[in-house]
Each structure stands twice: as C-alpha cells, then as structure tokens.
Design a binder for this molecule. Structure first.
Ligand code: SF4
Length: 180
C-alpha cells in the first residue's frame, strides 16, 4: 500500500506510540511457551515499553502464537475487530505464515493474512525469544516510520478480507464501525 503522508502531529504520535505498546497475546499454538521468558527478567520486554494487556479494547498489538483452527480463527477476528486503532498484528511461528506442520490439516488455516492484516511474521517452529524481541524492535521501527499500516489495509480492503472469512467460516459478525 502506498505510504500515507503523515503530518507532523501524526509523526510525533507514532514516535510516542512506538515506545508504549500493550500486547494481547492470543496463545493459539505451542509457540506460546516462548512468551514467559520474553516477558520475565531474562529477556525483559518491558524495557522496550511493552507490556501484556488482558483485554482487546486496551491493546495495541494482537500477538498470535501459532496454528489456528477454524473455531479459533473466528475468535481471533472478533478480537481484532474489538481493538482500537491504530492496531498491529504479529504472527508468531510458521503455522501463522504457511500452515507449518499442519499445512494439510482439514481443521486449520494456512495463512493468517487472508483473514486479518499481519504487520509482521516471525518464521520458525518455534521461534526463540531473541527472534521475538527482534520482531518487537522491527515493529517499533515500522510504527515510527508510518509503515505499520495493516489496520488501514483492513478497512480499505474490507470486502476482500470479509469474503475470505466467510468462505472459511460461514457467517462472521460484522463490527459496527464498518457499517457507519
Ligand atoms: S510453528 Fe511450530 S511451535 Fe508454532 S504453533 Fe506451529 S507447530 Fe507449534
């Protein structure tokens, strides 16, 4: 997507925003086991201004830690649509990127970015905490440069995302703001 030209206030807001990010971790797969060491004293993600958040309505990042069954995907979509903008998605582990070892399973999806926009993928099975912290730093850089725009893409290409969701899940509730 073409980069939107930000005004000075948006640039300042993005600078500040990149240093205070709250993350909702949606632990769908085995990669979730790498989160505790990333959050606690060994790797300590709070030194970057990042912390865990318990509710989507106050979260900036939706962090998805692995394979997604059709049932889980529906909850992930509803969770994403409850988050306030700007919002960012990280797909953790190969399962979010291409299905990983479950690529031919009847019960799981292969590409998360067909259903919601993913700003950053972390490949691997499972990625180590070092990769996770590297990805956080990369996302912070993208936010500062105005390049983490998945949430805008979701609105601009809403029909495409919604068609993919419906094709895999049947009916999917629609968030009110998209009807306005
Ligand atoms: S990428 Fe590997 S560690 Fe992550 S959910 Fe898939 S199988 Fe599990």
């Amino acid at each position: 997507m073409a980069n939107h030209e930000r005004n000075i206030w948006e640039k300042i807001a993005d600078q500040l925003r990149s240093k205070s990010l709250w993350m909702l971790h949606y632990c769908t797969g085995c990669g979730a086991i790498e989160l505790p060491p990333s959050m606690t004293s060994r790797f300590d993600m709070e030194r970057f201004g990042m912390g865990p958040m318990a509710t989507p309505r106050q979260a900036d990042i939706l962090f998805i830690t692995g394979y997604l069954s059709a049932k889980t995907l529906r909850r992930v979509i509803y969770t994403y649509e409850q988050m306030p903008e700007p919002k960012y998605v990280i797909g953790f582990g190969s399962c979010t990127l291409n299905g990983g070892i479950y690529y031919d399973s009847y019960a799981t999806i292969n590409r998360l970015d067909y259903y919601i926009p993913v700003d950053l993928y972390i490949a691997g099975c499972m990625p180590r905490p070092e990769a996770l912290l590297e990805a956080f730093n990369e996302l912070m850089k993208m936010i500062r440069k105005g390049e983490a725009n998945g949430w805008k893409q979701y609105k601009e290409n809403y029909d495409w995302y919604k068609n993919n969701q419906i094709r895999s899940l049947g009916e999917v509730l629609v968030h009110d703001e998209f009807h306005e």
